[in-house]
Write a protein that binds this ligand. Structure first.
Ligand SMILES: *[C@@H]1O[C@H](CO)[C@@H](O)[C@H](O)[C@H]1NC(C)=O
Ligand SMILES: *[C@@H]1O[C@H](CO)[C@@H](O)[C@H](O)[C@H]1NC(C)=O
Ligand SMILES: *[C@@H]1O[C@H](CO)[C@@H](O)[C@H](O)[C@H]1NC(C)=O
Length: 430
């Protein structure tokens, strides 16, 4: 099972060389799936242990939101959306973490159609149960502040970070639904009826494209819950920046432009932002975080491995393949390429400089070559996970959520932090 998933991913990635859309989703899928399959190696049976104290991550069952179909809240292929819910216990029984899955975006009828035939576009391919790790783990030693909360992982099956609301069921004669916003609403409605509506405390989080969805929906999530509920948002690896690539092009900007126009997202993005600049720019968090009123914690590695692949050094901008080894493993970067990486970090920090003054905000911008960091114990909270000022990501997020202390951490530049967990993608794409 693990092998066939890896093979499939490799296939996707290779195709991605020719089709940037698949390339875009490929990496996030990979990171996610690595964690999922890795976790599942340790669990042969599907029987969950709900006492919250057993070793290893529990497996949680899929729930499909069937009545969503009536409202046209469907995945790209028209199938119903879904999520996994693990009930909280003890003092966590009325507290909720909602995590939004990531997995890139699609920007053409062709790439969205391909996606509609995968787990990123159709619930027909969702796993019937998945392990809950990192911020979703139910063991206090691996998840000190949120272990006993209700925890939800929402599957991502539209192509635009849970935005989009196109009535038409056909795009250029191809049956394809752009209904991310309706999916968001249907899933939230379902969760509210299962107890989220009575939450005392809630945290919306998500990784990669789900991190971007967390930025986009943060205030919407706040608005769904009672005034007295504490609501905060933790986008993980969702701070995609509008930066020049190594050839001076804005590769991600033109990609976002195509996504936003294809799926007609203008109505779903920040109104304050749309009134000031063109819609496609409002898909970049740096353009709209200043309008978000709900407290935010921005977690992002400064050398975000996905962004190095697709924003800074996309292969289309590297015909001589000078970045070939470096973009897969930061230890392979010579001093010249490292300089470009440091420039990327500076661009990211500049884009965050205004946010840094936000009194309710938190941040953890570590100098690691990685992507999502909330959904594995290796990065979230363990004796060997990355730290800044000797605090793990889980501890820093907890400090911020519960107002224990100021939690705005910016790491010194690579290679200063010995606690980093750097990805080595060359093992996967030699
Ligand atoms: C942490 O995660 C890794 C990878 O999923 C797993 O091998 C390990 O058993 C986990 N550690 C604990 C204590 O659950
Ligand atoms: C629809 O098809 C036409 C003709 O092939 C093409 O010009 C247009 O770009 C397509 N539209 C989309 C959204 O793919
Ligand atoms: C770092 O924190 C750990 C507990 O998480 C503690 O045992 C250790 O002494 C701390 N190290 C330093 C240098 O403060």
């Amino acid at each position: 099972m693990a092998t066939s998933t890896a093979q499939l991913l490799r296939l996707w990635w290779r195709r991605g060389g020719r089709d940037r859309v698949l390339a875009t989703s490929g990496f996030a899928v990979l990171v996610l799936t690595l964690f999922l399959t890795f976790g599942s190696l340790f669990h042969a049976g599907p029987e969950p242990a709900f006492d919250g104290l057993s070793e290893g991550p529990v497996l949680v069952d899929l729930t499909l939101v069937h009545d969503a179909e009536k409202k046209g809240a469907v995945c790209l292929d028209g199938s119903p959306p879904g999520y996994y819910l693990l009930r909280g216990f003890g003092s966590g029984a009325d507290r909720w973490v909602v995590h939004l899955e990531g997995g890139g975006w699609c920007d053409s009828v062709k790439s969205c159609s391909l996606r509609a035939r995968s787990h990123l576009g159709s619930s027909r391919y969702f796993e019937s149960h998945i392990p809950f790790e990192g911020i979703l783990n139910n063991h206090p030693s691996l998840n000190p502040d949120f272990y006993n909360w209700n925890k939800v992982k929402v599957r991502y099956c539209d192509g635009a970070s849970m935005t989009g609301n196109v009535e038409d069921e056909f795009q250029n004669n191809t049956k394809l639904f752009f209904r991310g916003k309706r999916v968001w609403e249907a899933v939230m409605r379902d969760l509210l009826s299962r107890g989220l509506a009575n939450a005392k405390q809630a945290l919306l989080t998500g990784c990669s494209a789900g991190g971007l969805a967390t930025f986009i929906h943060c205030d919407n999530f706040r608005a769904l819950l009672p005034k007295q509920t504490t609501v905060k948002c933790l986008p993980d690896a969702g701070f995609f920046i509008d930066a020049n690539d190594i050839s001076g092009k804005r590769t991600l900007r033109s990609f976002y432009h195509d996504v936003v126009h294809l799926q007609d997202l203008a109505n779903d993005l920040s109104k304050d932002c749309i009134s000031k600049t063109e819609p496609a720019q409002c898909f970049f968090p740096q353009e709209f975080i200043k309008y978000i009123r709900t407290p935010l914690f921005i977690l992002n590695p400064a050398y975000d491995a996905w962004q190095v692949q697709h924003v800074l050094a996309p292969s289309t901008s590297d015909p001589q393949r000078r970045w070939q080894r470096c973009r897969l493993n930061i230890h392979n970067c010579d001093s010249k390429l490292l300089e470009a990486l440091q420039g990327f970090r500076t661009t990211m920090l500049n884009a965050l400089s205004e946010f840094q003054k936000n009194r309710d905000g938190g941040m953890f911008i570590n100098s690691c070559f990685t992507h999502c960091q909330t959904h594995s114990n290796l990065t979230w909270h363990s004796p060997t996970s990355p730290r800044i000022n000797n605090r793990t990501i889980a501890e820093t997020v907890g400090d911020w959520y519960f107002d224990r202390r100021e939690a705005k951490e910016i790491d010194c530049p690579y290679p200063c932090n010995p606690t980093c967990y750097h990805l080595d993608l060359s093992a996967i794409w030699p």
